[in-house]
Structures are given as structure tokens and as C-alpha cells.
Design a protein. Structure first.
Length: 94
């Protein structure tokens, strides 16, 4: 039974996950929480400038699932968003 579980986990990661110190995350996706004062127009401009698109609105308080469409690494884009004053938080899509 343990081997079936281990095989399932390995198959899941091979099918679309990247591992980062023990935690899998979805390639080319990240979660971003913008500060409440940031407008939709500003969000769209920021996303365009960083090669991301909104895949889904996760909450009504400015949290989005973004897709990275410019070929940059998740780590690089997350770091770029972390440096923005408009961003409350950001992380890979775990």
C-alpha cells in the first residue's frame, strides 16, 4: 500500500509540479495579494509589465492566481512582485 501512495505522489509531481525544498508548486503560476488601495487598472498594468495574466480571482480582497506567460521562472517573477509597493504578499502556487 505504501508503494502505491509513493508512486501516486511521484506521478503527481512528474505530471506538473516542481519541487522546492520539499513543497511542490505549479509551474508558471503564482498567487499575489495586492494592497486594497490598488486599482484594477494598476493591477493590469503591473501584470502586463511582468509578463503575467490573471487566471482566476481567488477572493474579493485583491488576491489573484496569476499565470506567467513570458517564460521567466516562478522564483524570478515572485521576487519581482515582492519588491513592488502595491503588493501585500506573493508566493508560488503551492
Amino acid at each position: 500500500m505504501k508503494s502505491i501512495v509513493a508512486f501516486s505522489i511521484a506521478l503527481f509531481c512528474i505530471a506538473g509540479c516542481v519541487t522546492k525544498p520539499g513543497l511542490p508548486y505549479v509551474p508558471e503560476e503564482m498567487v499575489v495579494g495586492f494592497k486594497t488601495a490598488v486599482s484594477e487598472t494598476q493591477i493590469m498594468e503591473i501584470n502586463k509589465a511582468h509578463g503575467t495574466v490573471i487566471k482566476r480571482v481567488l477572493s474579493g480582497n485583491g488576491t489573484y492566481l496569476l499565470g506567467i506567460v513570458n517564460g521567466a521562472s516562478v522564483e524570478d517573477v515572485v521576487s519581482a512582485y515582492q519588491a513592488l509597493p502595491e503588493v501585500e504578499f506573493t508566493e508560488p502556487n503551492y
